[in-house]
Design a protein around this ligand. Structure first.
Ligand code: HEM
Length: 245
């Protein structure tokens, strides 16, 4: 899922460059970006899934869609037809900061063409899967899957029950947050998650989604589809049409 996000997140609406078309994550040049640390493992899995009908660019995105649906998330209609380019522009970078300021975060999503509400839907969607890896980002801990949509952290943050994770701060000098949610390990939150709480506009949408779960599922699916189709204008065919043909 994160691999698909970063494959798409290079898009720049001003220059109309980047995005998932091209499958440029196949190249070391792009995977070597610091924010892409750890993606060689995801890449190795994607290569195993290769079959002739789909480009690698399509498989990376399809894997993200399947991850969302398989874990009880909203269904995301898939469109295929992305091409695998023969090379990767040096400028194809997400330039994402792992602990962004609110302004930097808003800047990233504005470059992609998302408003605040879509941004909240996307981050809440993504940050309930998988985990952080000390050797990739310096953050530690797992999100918990299967707690329902939007995610547990929406719920917990809405109740104001978060705190700094003292262990991570001490060990790595990184700000990471956590909260308790129904027992077990504390639920992890990154600075990007906390931005959704600290900023008034983001918080408004966060709280709205917390009490409008079906709307969240719908919006998250739409935002994910939009994200993964950035830069793909004119190349994609909806999956359903193929089945009917
Ligand atoms: C400004 C926005 C964002 C920031 C700063 C951010 C930052 C991070 C960081 C630092 C990690 C830990 C990586 C590691 O240690 O391996 C992470 C993990 C993750 N992020 Fe985000 N993220 C953002 C938005 C998103 C979005 C929009 C999605 C998808 C919709 C997403 C999906 C994920 C997933 C699935 C993981 C877990 C990866 C794994 O298990 O290997 N993130 N994110």
């Amino acid at each position: 899922l994160r691999y698909a996000w970063h494959a798409s997140g290079t898009y720049d609406r001003h220059t109309r460059t980047g995005g998932s078309n091209g499958g440029t994550m196949r190249f070391e040049t792009e995977r070597a970006d610091p924010e892409n640390a750890g993606f060689s493992k995801a890449h190795a899995l994607a290569v195993k899934a290769l079959f002739p009908a789909l480009s690698m660019a399509d498989i990376i995105i399809l894997a993200g869609n399947v991850a969302i649906e398989h874990t009880g998330g909203p269904a995301v209609p898939f469109s295929y037809g992305r091409r695998d380019f023969g090379g990767c522009a040096a400028s194809a970078s997400m330039a994402e900061k792992e602990s962004p300021t609110i302004d930097a975060m808003r800047g990233t999503f504005d470059r992609l063409g998302f408003d605040d509400k879509e941004t909240v839907a996307l981050i809440v969607l993504g940050h309930q899967y998988g985990r952080c890896h000390g050797d990739a980002s310096g953050f530690e801990g797992a999100w918990r899957e299967g707690l329902g949509y939007p995610s547990a952290y929406t719920h917990g943050v809405a109740r104001g029950g978060y705190r700094l994770s003292p262990g991570v701060l001490a060990a790595r000098n990184q700000r990471q947050y956590e909260m308790d949610f129904g027992g077990g390990e504390p639920f992890m939150m990154l600075v990007s998650d906390m931005c959704l709480w600290y900023d008034e506009e983001y918080r408004r949408h966060l709280l709205h989604y917390d009490s409008h779960r079906s709307e969240f599922r719908r919006d998250a699916a739409l935002a994910w589809k939009k994200l993964t189709e950035l830069g793909c204008a004119g190349t994609l065919v909806p999956e359903r049409e193929t089945k009917a043909a």
